[in-house]
Design a protein around this ligand. Sequence first.
Ligand code: C5P
Length: 234
Amino acid sequence: MNKAFSNPIILAVDTSSIEEAEKLVLNLRDYIGGIKIGMEFFNSYGPAGIRSIEKFGVPIFLDLKLHDIPATVYKTVSTLLKLNPAIINVHASGGKEMMLEASRALKDSNNKDTKLIAVTILTSLDNDDLKDIGFSDTSDALVLQLAQLAKDSGLDGIVCSAKEISLIREKIGNNFLLVVPGIRPERNNHNDQKRTMTPKEALLEGADLLVIGRPITQSEDQIASAKKILDQIE
Ligand code: C5P
C-alpha cells in the first residue's frame, strides 16, 4: 500500500459543493486513508479548492484522467504536482510517449511520494462500445495490454475493476499499484455499479486501495458506515 495512506479506503468525494466536501472530510478523516477528488470538484474550485481540502491532512487522489499530446501532458502533470497530490492519473490510451512524458514530469519534480497511475478502459464501456470507437479486442484483453503499456512507461499502477485484479496480478506482478472502485460492502446494494466486490474480497484478490463513494456518502450514518468497512478489512 502507498505509505501516504493510513488505510486502503479512498473516499470518492463526488460533489461540486465545497462545503459538502469539507464536511465529509472533516467527519470521516479518522476512518479513511485518503480522498478522491475528480473533475466535477476541480473544475469548480481549482487549486484553491484542493488547498481548502488538504488542510484536513488527508492524502488526495486527484482524478483528472489526463489525455492529450505528450508535451501538454508533461506541462499539466508538472503543474498539478505543485498541489502535492498523493496520486494523479492519465488515460493509458493516450499512448506510451504520453505516459513516458507524464512519468518524466514526475521525475523532474520534487514529489517523490506522488504516484502516477493510468486509467485503462473505462468500466462504462462494454465490448459493443469499444467496437464503436474502433477497438476490436475485448475489454479484458485491452485492459491487460494498456496495463502493461503503463508499466512499461514507468507508471506506478492503474485504476481497475475488481474483476481484473487477479489477471493483472498474474501477468504484471505485485509491484504495481491497483486502485479499485466499484466496491460494495453490502451485496444487495449496487447503485449503478455492475461488477462489484466487498472491500475484503477486493483486498484478498490483491487490490492496494479501494475507491468507495456512495456506500459511505449516501448512508444515513456516514461515520458508522465507514467504521464498519474499516472493521471488515482490519
Ligand atoms: O459511489 P461509488 O462507490 O460507486 O463511487 C466510485 C467512484 O469511483 C466514483 O467517483 C466513480 O466515478 C469512480 N470510478 C468508478 N469506476 C471506474 C473508475 C472510477 O466507479 N472504472
